[in-house]
Design a protein around this ligand. Structure first.
Ligand code: NOJ
Length: 734
């Protein structure tokens, strides 16, 4: 392996769930403005419209510039470049009575111009530091193009592969998801929101948007308060604790109440419990959609419900613009409620430094010098390689350089698909190499398209087989078109589409050991491919530098070290499947007994478990040694394990620690991720890893919904994957 290895990364367990303390500074400019603003001007600050530059929802409002000029619209999204945002800002600053600057938002989801891997891929790095750096790069590029506000981090826990938006999140686990949510927030906002290199983060989609019934986008969500709090809320909370100052209400309903008018979520939990002081924005037309939900009579009623529930800003709904002033005049909304919303929005504008210099973020010079730089691209290439997960390897990888290699698949030649969905302002012209191009730079290549990602056309099979026969090694790039992930991209079938798998079968039947590279945005059913492929590298949609990053991993310049942040089922019938399942009263004991919790036709276990990911080297784990077999109160216990690189090349391992609480006042999962550490080891090198277990590690929502641990027996499990662990037992006395 040529590349330098990562230094030891110790991931410190997230702190116990104390309410974050937000010390609010007040801004005199905000008070002065509120004193002189008319009712209409106040309403204008609660209105957010899209420009017509990018379409991210079903409706576009014509005449948004006129709205700005008339003071009807205080924020704009989907408009960017230093030049264009300056032009719009000039209208707000010079042509409205009070000259309040606009706030410019955009979906900077996994990069702005330099595109990083999709977020699901990034989460497989299990490297919050690298994720924070990627968010910093994105913020720098976006802030230079006039943007103040990104609609990220997406904090939706998801165990539903049918849902296209699983690609935008950090997977199924609340512990890992929380670390990532906090890292992204820090990356975007930095230490100083007013700096011209930072942008405001927006925590979305609050809440539980990642659990739509049957995986259909925008569908109903329903779950117990306990499940919500334990598994779904932690990442949103972690981002807020890290300082995020805006939150987006989700499209879905929860327990029968749309999130956009859900006071329990927006007031009780978000503000009263978590101390959130920023502002809440709806998702795209979230307010009028409450009429379709059957929760509001009409748009006016929906506007009343949203404002009274704690929604400060209306994205694209026009309900606040059209009705809020009248609702205040009639007393249906208190003026003090509107004042509070406006105060929150203006305070964030003040924190961004917009009242000092509304054009601070519009810099054509910075836009040129800080965008798509060599440094940004190097960061993207490194993270992309780190995000890839080697699912299977029968000794096929790494490939040899300088050896004739057949590269097959339409996706191999695609630059566009590398960028994935929600690619910010990323352009295909900025992608220097497809996977095919990058492989060509290291080895002689014969290329055959074989087939497209979709459709039944097998006419390219013969040429693909001929190419494979004439080569010493074969790479097949297959997966999903990148627009099959993201918003409004749910699938009812999670197989690899079209005839791509059939092509793999044919290549395998011809005696070829095929290295499959997958480009996709969700866990797929790979049962068939896992039998026929010689190796499977899950490359997700790896971004601008993704072609090179794939080649880096295929040819061993980078030893793969990604680990799955989401479970890959054997079949859709196992979904939802996740590593923190419970034991049930009739656990499966593999005895052949009938009345056990299992399927008749497939095993209970997934195809690839959460935490799985191979390396070109191998790691051996010693048994666990505990510093004691019990501890109590605020004490702690140390669990040590020695990991040895038993292979022939250096590699990076993610050592994962899981806990099981054997008996509780409510039942507990069979395993739950509670800590991890990433270590680099040379061949033959060993390192002892120590995890500290304290009452915080053991805490959960007890039967009375208080947060804390309970006395009793516990199991600790440590290993390189959730399904490959060493075990030890201890007890705790509260
Ligand atoms: C709808 C999406 O749900 C959300 O994630 C996005 O930020 C907004 N549209 C704005 O584009």
């Amino acid at each position: 392996m040529k590349k330098a290895l990562l230094p030891l990364l110790l991931i410190i367990p997230a702190a116990c769930t104390q309410t974050p303390k937000n010390t609010e500074k007040s801004y005199p400019i905000v008070d002065s403005l509120l004193r002189v603003m008319t009712l209409e001007e106040k309403v204008g600050q609660t209105v957010l419209f899209t420009s017509d530059w990018t379409v991210t929802g079903p409706s576009i409002r014509q005449g948004y510039i006129e709205d700005i000029r008339a003071g009807r619209c205080g924020s704009i999204f989907n408009a960017y470049t230093a030049e264009y945002t300056r032009k719009l800002q000039e209208v707000a600053v010079n042509e409205t009575r009070l000259g309040i600057p606009l706030l410019f938002g955009y979906d900077v989801i996994h990069g702005f111009r330099t595109i990083f891997p999709i977020n699901l891929g990034m989460s497989c790095t299990w490297n919050p530091g690298a994720i924070e750096r990627s968010a910093r790069v994105a913020a720098k590029e976006a802030a230079a193009a006039g943007l103040h506000w990104t609609y990220s981090p997406m904090c939706d826990i998801c165990m539903e592969p049918r849902w296209g938006r699983i690609s935008e999140g950090a997977g199924e686990d609340p512990y890992l998801g929380s670390l990532i949510a906090a890292a992204m927030t820090r990356g975007y906002q930095g230490k100083d929101l007013a700096a011209d290199t930072t942008v405001l983060a927006c925590v979305k989609h609050y809440a539980a948007y990642g659990a739509p019934i049957a995986g259909r986008d925008y569908n109903t969500v329903d779950m117990s308060e306990r499940w919500l709090r334990e598994y779904y809320l932690p990442p949103y909370k972690a981002a807020i604790k890290a300082g995020a100052l805006s939150v987006m209400a989700s499209f879905n309903e929860l327990d029968g109440i749309p999130a956009t008018a859900n006071r329990h979520l927006l007031q009780d939990i978000l503000r009263d419990e978590w101390g959130f002081t920023g502002f809440v924005v709806t998702d795209y037309t979230g307010i009028p959609e409450m009429v379709f939900h059957g929760y509001a009579d009409d748009d006016e009623d929906a506007g009343r419900l949203a404002m009274n529930a704690g929604v400060d800003m209306d994205m694209q709904g026009a309900a606040y613009m059209n009705y809020l002033a009248d609702l205040v005049r009639s007393g249906a909304v208190k003026e003090s409620t509107l004042n509070e919303a406006v105060r929150r929005i203006l305070t964030v504008k003040a924190k961004l430094g917009l009242f000092e210099d509304p054009y601070r973020y519009c810099s054509p010079e910075r836009e040129k010098s800080q965008t798509l730089t060599q440094e940004n691209k190097a960061e993207a290439r490194a993270v992309a390689a780190e995000s890839m997960v080697l699912l299977k390897n029968d000794g096929v990888l790494p490939l040899k350089k300088g050896v004739k290699t057949a590269v097959i698949g339409a996706l191999a030649a695609s630059k566009d698909d590398l960028l994935g969905s929600w690619r910010g302002a990323g352009e295909v012209e900025s992608v220097p190499a497809s996977i095919l191009d990058a492989i060509k730079e290291v080895t002689p290549v014969v290329y055959a398209e074989g087939c497209q990602e979709e459709g039944e056309d097998r006419s390219g099979f013969a040429a693909a087989l001929a190419a494979a026969r004439g080569a010493s090694q074969v790479v097949l790039v297959i997966g999903e078109d990148c627009q099959w992930s993201g918003e409004a991209a749910s699938r009812s079938d999670i197989h690899i589409p079209g005839v791509q798998s059939e092509l793999l079968e044919k290549l395998a039947a011809a005696g070829k050991k095929v290295a499959v590279v997958l480009l996709n945005g969700r866990p797929l059913d790979l049962s068939a491919e896992s039998e026929t492929a010689g190796a499977i590298l899950e490359a997700w949609y790896p971004g601008t530098m993704g072609g090179y990053a794939v080649a880096d991993v295929l040819f061993g310049d980078v030893n793969p070290n990604g680990k799955l942040s989401v479970t890959f089922p054997r079949t859709l019938g196992q979904v939802p499947i996740y590593h923190y399942a419970k034991n049930t009263g009739r656990p499966y004991r593999y005895t052949g007994a009938k009345y056990e919790s299992r399927y008749l036709d497939v095993p209970n276990e997934p195809l690839y478990a959460f935490g799985h990911g191979l390396s070109y080297t191998t790691f051996k784990y010693s048994p666990i040694t505990l510093s004691a077999d019990n501890f109590s109160g605020s004490g702690n216990l140390e669990a040590r394990i020695t990991v040895t690189n038993t292979g022939t090349c250096e590699g990076i391992e993610t050592v994962q620690m899981y806990i099981r609480d054997l008996v509780g006042s409510v039942t507990r999962p069979v395993k739950q991720l509670k800590g991890f550490t990433k270590i680099a080891l040379r061949p033959g090198e060993s390192r002892e890893i120590c995890f500290t277990i304290d009452r915080c590690t053991l805490s959960f929502y007890r039967a009375d919904m208080t947060w804390g641990p309970e006395s009793g027996g516990f199991k600790i499990m440590i290993g390189g994957s959730s399904d490959n662990v060493q075990e030890a037992s201890f007890s705790y006395e509260e």
